[in-house]
Design a protein around this ligand. Structure first.
Ligand SMILES: Nc1ncnc2c1ncn2[C@@H]1O[C@H](COP(=O)(O)OP(=O)(O)OP(=O)(O)O)[C@@H](O)[C@H]1O
Ligand SMILES: [Mg+2]
Length: 499
């Protein structure tokens, strides 16, 4: 396995090399083609010049002599081509020997490719007053004769291309290393953080920000994963302390009281036995809650989904809570849109658990003479159940945690009994029934828990296909209980007067 830095560097460098190679080949081919064109033009011009020189010589002497055009011989020798002058009847006047040229070339350069097989003579007629007066034969060893200067020029261009290509490759490799570093360094750091988390260092976080979106997202995810793990760990540790504490308390009370009764120190009065019984009940409730939690955690909790008239269910719960709220002088109100239907697909037992848990909390955390309102509203698609109290409220920083297992806001932990499981169960039940729950709160003013469910649409598929009876509960008959209307809403409350 290779590092990301290595892979990026190699990938960029290879693509740079490849593109430079392609550029080099293309430039070279084009250059050679253009250069050959140039040589060809030069050669044609040279041949025309040679023919012209011969013609001028003929004009001047009006016949061929052994010296006609001889001045061109030196140029021909140095540029490795041969010239021969033939009379009109093709008899040789003077001629250069190509063999000599081959020998001379071999002397200068033993590896020279000059050989007679390559020798190609071209014959051009020399005309004077519309008749052919002679022929000049120009022979050479390659289709194009390239002079030393031309060759030097070509070599210097090829050299410059090569040098700039090497420079470019060098620069690109430097840039590739830099880019690879920019990408790999933060990833490396994040992977170290992830490794530390996996090794149990739950305080590990990556603090240096990355300027690549994906890496920054990864960093944030790892950090929030760390935070979650840290919180879970803290809750797990608290779980053991809390559970043992919660179990120990009622057990201690029971044990000391029972021992005192057995020893005859305390009489077994009905009041005392009643108080001991309430400890047993509390103990049982805690075990029940732990059992529900266990079912959620082992994913064995099942819901019997039916079409439920939530308005009726809430009314039922509202009635059941009259006694409890009255005991604490709390005013309990139930407000709903009178002429609307509130059918949802849900498990009745779950909804009971959710609403009663929230109401128990509201009662627990609301001082005497406070108000608790159950409000049921709807829009086109959803229905909303709001449980609002005028209690002690929850500090903003605790709000994200109240649904966590065994989480209790510190203040309530000291004075009000509870184990911090209620809201975890609530959240799980809401989720099980396809709803969502959230909470808003102001310390000293109160809290509002809002549960949202999809409304049932007629014809929608019902799992299990059962229709829940919705008229199990009598309408309010309590004498103190009155109905009041505000707009289309019905408000039910013990102290309301008819409006
Ligand atoms: N209506 C509320 N007003 C103020 N604080 C609340 C309210 N509901 C919940 N809380 C805070 O959230 C914490 C968690 O609530 P939760 O119902 O899970 O636990 P609990 O009521 O303390 O114990 P349990 O429900 O297991 O008996 C509470 O301890 C309390 O601090
Ligand atoms: Mg509770």
């Amino acid at each position: 396995m290779r590092s990301i830095k290595y892979k990026i560097t190699i990938a960029i460098s290879l693509s740079a090399l490849l593109s430079l190679l392609i550029a080099y080949v293309v430039i070279n081919l084009t250059l050679n083609a253009r250069f050959n064109d140039y040589l060809q033009v030069n050669q044609i011009k040279r041949d025309e010049r040679i023919i012209d020189t011969f013609r001028d010589n003929y004009l001047r002497d009006e016949r061929w002599t052994i010296t006609s055009g001889k001045s061109l011989e030196r140029e021909a020798e140095s540029s490795a081509f041969t010239i021969s002058l033939l009379n009109w009847d093709k008899s040789v006047i003077w001629a250069m020997d190509p063999l000599k040229l081959v020998e001379k070339e071999k002397e200068i350069n033993p590896d020279s490719s000059f050989s007679m097989e390559q020798y190609v003579p071209n014959e051009y007629p020399i005309k004077y007053e519309n008749r052919i007066v002679g022929y000049v034969v120009i022979g050479q060893f390659s289709p194009l004769v390239i002079s030393q200067e031309d060759e030097n020029f070509l070599n210097s261009i090829t050299m410059s291309i090569l040098i700039s290509a090497f420079l470019a490759v060098f620069l690109i490799i430097l840039i590739a290393l830099f880019v690879a570093r920019q990408l790999s360094d933060p990833i490396e750091k994040i992977s170290h953080t992830a490794y530390s988390l996996s090794m149990g260092d739950l305080s590990a976080r990556e603090t240096s920000e990355a300027d690549v979106v994906e890496i920054e997202t990864l960093r944030n995810s790892i950090n929030s994963l760390g935070e979650k793990l840290d919180r879970q760990d803290m809750l797990r540790k608290r779980l053991i302390t809390d559970v043992s504490h919660e179990l120990r308390n009622p057990l201690n009370v029971l044990q000391t009281n029972l021992e005192a009764i057995i020893d005859g120190i305390l009489p077994a009065t009905p009041e005392r036995l009643q108080s001991l019984n309430s400890e047993v009940v509390r103990f049982g409730k805690l075990l029940d809650n732990l059992n529900i939690l266990k079912q959620f955690e082992s994913e064995s909790m099942v819901a019997k989904i039916v079409v439920l008239d939530i308005k009726q269910v809430l009314q039922d719960i509202y009635h059941n809570f009259q006694g409890l709220t009255k005991e604490k002088s709390i005013r309990l109100k139930y407000v709903f849109q009178k002429n609307s239907d509130f059918l949802i697909l849900a498990d009745k037992h779950s909804i009971y658990q959710v609403v009663t848990n929230l109401l128990h909390n509201a009662i627990k955390f609301t001082p005497r003479n406070g108000t608790i309102t159950i409000r049921l509203t709807r829009d086109d698609r959803y229905c909303y159940i709001r449980i609002k109290d005028t209690g002690i409220g929850i500090p903003q920083e605790d709000l994200p945690n109240v649904f966590e297992r065994f989480y209790r806001v510190d203040k309530s932990r000291e004075v009000i009994e509870g184990s911090g499981i209620g809201l975890t169960i609530v959240k799980n039940f809401v989720k099980l029934n396809g709803g969502t729950i959230n909470v808003t709160s102001t310390v000293g003013k109160g809290s509002t828990f809002t549960i949202k469910f999809n409304l049932y649409e007629i014809g929608e598929h019902v799992p299990g296909d059962e229709m829940e009876s919705t008229s199990n509960f009598p309408l309010p008959s309590d004498e103190n209980e009155t109905f009041s209307r505000s707009g289309s809403e019905t408000i039910m409350g013990p102290n309301e007067s008819k409006t």
